[in-house]
Design a protein around this ligand. Structure first.
Ligand code: NAI
Ligand code: MG
Length: 353
């Protein structure tokens, strides 16, 4: 098959890990006889530097017409002035919104050989295999009003947590469909004891659950979920939740896997090609040193093959090669080893069969 893939390397280690994933995709393309055509566009801080805009119109248009988008990361100290009117993250939020990718899938698996790399006790980690379905285009990050004003002589800041029934329904439904391909359990995470939006979330989740009698639904308060993620992570299969809750819980879940550098994500809506990115940021502390762990981005490329191009066998081949490389001791520095980004990428490519 032929596919057009837009690359958005972004800032910091973004270009390093995207280039690693492209090498893996090219190897897969050769092996299975697919032609992947890559075109690169600007986003984030580097886009601000060159165009003044964190999401140039050209970038958004290219992403809308691509079969899939692979992104590195955006941001860094250079653009960190909180009073600046343009910020790199606006590029990412604008892209997610512009593509309408309302579902962010973040699988967390713990490789048996990496259990030691996690600060969590090893008996808590055996067999962890969960996926967080984070709502991505609504909730607290987008609700209006979102503003600053002055009240009684002092500044006031306002963010709004809002959801419509439709927004909740489509994300919860996706979580149930995923659960059917897994262990048939959905944990819907909310704060229904306090938040009205969470009470609506619960009602809608219960309604959706009636269409999936073969799947178990449980409601978990977000604070309890945070605790359970590190005490009994094996108790989760599919977690579905609001935008900010999902943001926080997935960073927490990343600790289970041993490093931020390990975890991939897919952002989908069924209409456009889908947006794929590692869950980590631009890691300015190690940028430019060639030591970033490329696995999160490489596994994101595997998800791209699976969800946007329907290439399940090829996706599995990448996942298997990553597993095998780790089993056989390949480690970047974040995992306690000394392989460079390039050497880790080679170790994975050599194990593609
Ligand atoms: P970060 O994820 O960039 O880094 C956190 C820690 O994990 C750092 O010590 C870093 O070296 C390490 N790390 C992350 N990815 C790694 C990898 N692939 N290999 C080895 N080590 C890795 O988060 P941080 O430091 O909070 O944010 C840095 C910048 O990234 C900020 O400007 C932030 O706004 C931005 N950011 C961007 C995101 C995105 O583009 N999706 C997501 C999160 C943060
Ligand atoms: Mg985050």
């Amino acid at each position: 098959m032929k596919a057009n893939i837009v690359l958005l390397p972004g800032d910091g280690i973004g270009p390093e890990v995207v280039s690693a994933a492209v090498q893996v995709l090219e190897a897969v393309g050769q092996h299975y006889d697919h032609k992947f055509v890559f075109t690169e566009y600007l986003i984030g801080g580097s886009a601000i530097d060159k165009t003044g805009n964190p999401l140039p119109e050209e970038t958004l248009q290219a992403c809308r017409s691509a079969d899939a988008v692979l992104l590195g990361a955006v941001g860094g100290p250079k653009w960190d002035d909180p009073r600046a009117s343009v910020r790199p993250e606006q590029g990412l939020l604008g892209l997610r919104k512009g593509l309408g990718v309302f579902a962010n899938l973040r699988p967390v698996r713990v490789h048996p050989a990496l259990i030691e790399a996690s600060p969590i006790k090893s008996d808590r980690l055996l067999g962890v295999d969960l996926i967080v379905v984070r709502e991505l285009t609504g909730g607290l990050y987008f609700g209006q009003p979102k503003k600053r004003d002055w009240v009684d002589g002092q500044q006031r800041a306002v963010d709004t947590l809002e959801y419509t029934e439709n927004e909740i329904e489509r994300i919860v439904d996706l979580a149930f469909r995923l659960a059917r391909q897994r262990r048939r359990k959905v944990s819907s995470v909310d704060k229904a004891n306090v938040l009205e939006s969470s009470r609506l979330w619960r009602e809608v989740a219960n309604r959706v659950a009636q269409r999936y009698p073969d799947v178990t639904l449980e409601h978990v308060l977000v604070d309890t979920a945070a605790m359970r993620l590190v005490s009994v992570p094996q108790s989760f299969d599919v977690i579905v939740t609001e935008n900010m809750f999902g943001d926080i819980l997935t960073d927490e879940a990343a600790v289970l896997a041993g490093s931020m550098g390990m975890l991939p994500s897919a952002s989908l809506n069924g209409q456009y090609g889908g947006l794929y990115e590692p869950i980590h940021g631009s890691a300015p502390d190690i940028a430019g040193q060639g030591i970033a762990n490329p696995i999160g981005t490489i596994l994101s490329a595997a998800m791209l093959l699976r969800y946007s191009l329907g290439l399940e066998q090829e996706a599995r081949a990448i996942e298997k090669a990553v597993d095998q490389a780790i089993t056989e001791g390949a480690r970047t520095r974040d995992l306690g080893g000394s392989l460079t980004t390039t050497a880790m990428t080679q170790a994975i490519i050599e194990r593609l069969d």
